[in-house]
Design a protein around this ligand. Structure first.
Ligand code: PHE
Ligand code: ZN
Length: 877
């Protein structure tokens, strides 16, 4: 039925519209039953447009009530309208005002795109194509216009009326009604439009910018939640100050408002002057939020704020350029967190995330470049590749150009493109122009999919005191891209001498090396270093200088040497991860480890733990045993998830067994009676303590009772949640009782309920699917709320490999059946969950077949959304 080309949109077909929108005046009359939207759009043909060229406006599920041109009703023959839009057959060849009226039913809008209601509040989500569900418009990012918004609503239901920009006036509108008028002087694309009307509480503050302007700040939320908004406000002020310091960027409106809502498809949205947030990324108090929640709030508040310059002042020409704003803004928020907290710990955190989420995407059926060149459904391209790999590409640019050169390019970007909708090419050009370099080859990172594989071999010749290092790069084919080109890969590196100190060299030949940076730009390169007195151990890709997979001839001994001596903390961490991944992978494939390997790895972990110079947060990352999904990826084919889980558990038992008592003592020594603070220091000590708890539970009998005791005695949610999650993950004797207890004591708080759902979905026992089915089927399960659905199903498909990829296919079927149901309510949530099936190609054939069967059954269903159909077709291709 569906054909390959159905609705595919290609980058190469980009063309500006024949008409542009000069300004948009919107009038919303909000009532309980329905909302009327009157739009007055001033429109003109672009120079060169043939007179008589039709004007095609986007619309989605809209019904036209009235239409007028320059104040006069239009005759029926002058336009056509259907579910997908409105066409003016022959608009005048001059500037004109088009006035349309539509009626919306926000109450019935469960897709949460356009105008909808969340907990009684009217709110909007327009990125990427939601504005067309509000009014007929040229709903694409290269149409920039100033907006003026008038809203009228019942005072009792919506005492708060907010929209983009600055408040012009507000007042009484008769009976119970009142109104407000907001004006946003900065021309913007429709995807940045927002409006909120509701009965909300708030906290307020102010920020004085570097030029001395005072900005009024407010965070709006459900009444009673005000106390939980302070960390978000603090994060906002720190973000505003940081963007001034680091990038010279000042805020531009008089007010900055944030609204927290409970029903939201993503994390948050950068609407101009009116950010709308999923409330899980605003609310925090020690009894209900974990350290990870605080960390996430800080990051996303910063991310959305930073979009004001990278996204809003300079936006995207078309949705293929999405990573222009997202990759760059993720890079900026990562930098912010690095400056506010610990740079190495943040780097490890971000790389762990990249390897767990982005590498699997890039190595499977859903692989695409950071800048794709075609799509069927743009909502399916808000991916970890666009965001996180996009950020890695920006980071490599900063590595290649140096901090000063990168800043020069950014300054030129803001100067040259402010007020524009632009492209990746224009972005690269500013760095070329500011630094006098050619970035043509570097640009391939944006257009080529797949994680490069770098193979490293080395040799040493004592007689000539030369050391040679050979690097070879390749990228496996990805869907639609069989041939791959060599990339410019920045390799930050050092050579380490036998005593653990850095080694210099007198000369290097065979490739381009600038200080500690190799510019690796060919399929393979052999570098020869001279003046090397003894065989060094190479430390490559320091700080993870490029998003690649590395295989090298380093053995465990050399890895553990790096873990002890590398001056680069990232590589110390990475060496331990590589060593333990290899051991687990070997055991999962039936090749058992030797006792000496285990002893050496254990000793390296203990030495790390005992090193007084290391940050506890770093130690926590260093002792973490790689997740089963990471090991599975390392194995790469014919994976048996049960074997991986068993091997991982066996490694932990072998590691922990002989030293359980010592680890327990360390665990106990880290307990603290300080009052809770979310700061990085305290959070780091908690994460180390909880990391030790994880090791003890997985690797010895001492752990399970400790977890139960920690759960019962916890003074904050971080410790309570960690104990529950660990108990569930390793399915201790008390796990079920702990889950049962948590459910009853925290029944009233939806965000805490989410934590219970997530922990429940981690259970590895054979009845987890049955229990999850029951949770979903419960009559009071909020099945239209994205947070609830994702908290339960997301972790199951993404990390509970043993049960999701069960031999009997019950895990797969559970998910496809759930997806079919969710699709009818919210296609975006449904398609996102379905992406978990990208794991199929690396599984052993029997499981892969079960997975494909479940997908095929889903594809046979009638009426699937384009979101789900697109993912399904790519998974089954
Ligand atoms: N642009 C938002 C962000 O980066 C993400 C988003 C996309 C939110 C689509 C809602 C809808 O942060
Ligand atoms: Zn973003």
């Amino acid at each position: 039925m569906r054909t390959e080309s159905e609705h595919t949109i290609y980058l190469k077909d980009y063309a500006p519209t024949p008409y542009r929108i000069v300004s948009a005046d919107l009038d919303f009359r909000i009532r309980e039953e329905a909302t009327r939207v009157r739009a007055q759009l001033t429109i003109e043909p672009r120079p060169g447009t043939e007179p008589g060229t039709p004007l095609v406006l986007d619309g989605d599920e809209l019904k036209l009530d009235s239409i007028a041109m320059d104040g006069a009703p239009m005759v029926l023959s002058a336009y056509t309208s259907d579910a997908n839009g409105l066409t003016l057959v022959e608009p005048p060849p001059r500037r004109f005002v088009l006035e349309t009226e539509v009626t919306l039913k926000p109450e019935a809008n469960t897709r949460l795109m356009g105008l909808y209601r969340s907990g009684g509040t009217w709110c909007t989500q327009c990125e990427p194509e939601g504005f067309r569900r509000i009014t007929y418009y040229l709903d694409r990012p290269d149409i920039l216009a100033p907006f003026k918004v008038r809203m009228t609503a019942p005072r009792s239901l919506a005492p708060i009326l907010l929209a983009n920009g600055n408040l012009l006036e507000q007042g009484d509108a008769g009976e119970d009604m009142h109104y407000a008028v907001w004006e946003d002087p900065f021309p913007k694309p429709a995807y940045l439009f927002a409006l909120v009307a509701g009965d909300l509480g708030s906290i307020t503050d102010s920020f004085t910018t570097m030029s001395g302007r005072e900005i009024a700040l407010a965070i709006y939320c459900a009444h009673g939640k005000e106390d939980e908004c302070h960390y978000a406000m603090d994060s906002l002020k720190r973000s505003m100050a940081w963007d001034e310091r680091r990038f010279g960027r000042e805020y531009d409106l008089d007010v900055f408002n944030i609204v927290a809502v409970s029903d939201f498809n993503f994390g948050a949205m950068e609407n101009k002057g009116l950010n709308i947030f999923n409330d899980r990324l605003v609310f925090a108090k020690p009894e209900t939020a974990t350290d990870a929640n605080y960390h996430g709030i800080e990051r996303v508040i910063a991310h959305e704020y930073f979009h004001n310059w990278t996204g809003n002042r300079i936006t995207c020409r078309d949705w293929f350029q999405l990573c222009l704003k997202e990759g760059l803004t993720v890079y900026r928020d990562q930098e912010f967190t690095s400056d506010e907290r610990s740079r190495p710990v943040q780097r490890i955190h971000d790389v762990q995330n990249l390897r767990t989420n982005q590498f699997p995407e890039d190595g499977g059926p859903l692989a695409h470049p950071p800048r794709p060149d075609n799509y069927r459904e743009i909502n399916n391209f808000y991916t970890t590749t666009v965001y996180e790999k996009g950020a890695e590409v920006v980071r490599m640019l900063a590595t290649l150009l140096g901090e000063a050169g990168f800043r020069k390019g950014m300054d030129l970007y803001f100067e040259r493109h402010d007020g524009e909708a632009t492209t990746i090419e224009a972005f690269l050009k500013v760095f070329e122009d500011a630094n006098g370099v050619d970035l043509a080859q570097f640009g391939i990172w944006y257009t080529q999919a797949g994680t490069p594989q770098v193979d490293v071999t080395d040799s040493y010749d004592a007689a000539s005191q030369t050391y040679t290092l050979t690097l070879a790069q390749k990228v496996d084919p990805t869907p639609g891209q069989a041939e791959k080109q060599p990339l410019l890969i920045p390799v930050r590196f050092g050579l380490i001498g036998p005593n653990g100190s850095p080694m210099g060299w007198t000369g290097v030949s065979g490739g381009e090396v600038r200080d500690d940076l190799i510019l690796f730009d060919r399929a393979s390169v052999t570098l020869t270093f001279t003046g090397i007195a003894s065989r060094p151990v190479p430390s490559l890709f320091r700080g993870f200088s490029a998003p690649v997979k590395v295989t090298s001839n380093l053995g465990q001994e050399q890895l553990l040497f790096l873990a002890r001596h590398d001056s680069d903390p990232f590589n110390r961490w990475d060496a331990l991860q590589t060593a333990s991944t290899a051991l687990i992978a070997d055991a999962a494939r039936g090749k058992d480890w030797s006792g000496t390997d285990i002893d050496a790895l254990r000793q390296a972990l203990l030495d790390t733990l005992d090193d007084p110079g290391l940050d506890p947060a770093f130690k926590a990352q260093a002792i973490a045993i790689p997740a089963a999904t990471v090991v599975a990826r390392h194995i790469g084919h014919d994976v048996d998830p049960d074997a991986v889980a068993a091997a991982r558990k066996r490694l932990m038992t072998a590691m922990v067994g002989p030293v359980a008592e010592r680890l327990e003592a360390k665990y106990r020594a880290l307990s603290s009676s300080e009052p809770y603070s979310p700061d990085a220091g305290q959070a780091g000590r908690r994460s180390l303590r909880n990391g030790l708890l994880g090791l003890l539970v997985a690797g010895s009998d001492r752990g399970a009772p400790l977890a139960t005791a920690q759960y019962t005695g916890a003074a904050n949610m971080t410790d309570r949640y960690a104990a529950m999650a660990i108990a569930a993950h390793y399915w201790t004797g008390d796990a079920q009782a702990i889950l049962g207890d948590f459910r009853t004591i925290h029944a009233g708080d939806p965000l805490v309920f989410d934590k219970w759902l997530t922990a429940s979905a981690q259970a590895p026992d054979d009845r987890v699917v049955e229990r999850m089915r029951a949770i979903l089927a419960a009559p009071d399960f909020p099945r239209t709320n994205p947070n609830r659905l994702r908290s339960l199903l997301g972790p199951f498909v993404m990390s509970n490999m043993v049960q999701f990829a069960r031999k009997d296919g019950a895990g797969f079927r559970f998910i496809t059946e759930a997806v079919a149901e969710i699709d009818r309510v919210n296609p975006q949530v449904a398609s996102r969950i379905l992406t978990g099936f990208r794991i199929l190609p690396i599984l052993e054939p029997a499981r892969r077949d079960k997975g494909r069967e479940a997908l095929a059954a889903l594809r046979d269903r009638e009426g699937l959304s384009r979101n789900v159909a697109d993912i399904l077709d790519r998974l089954l291709a």
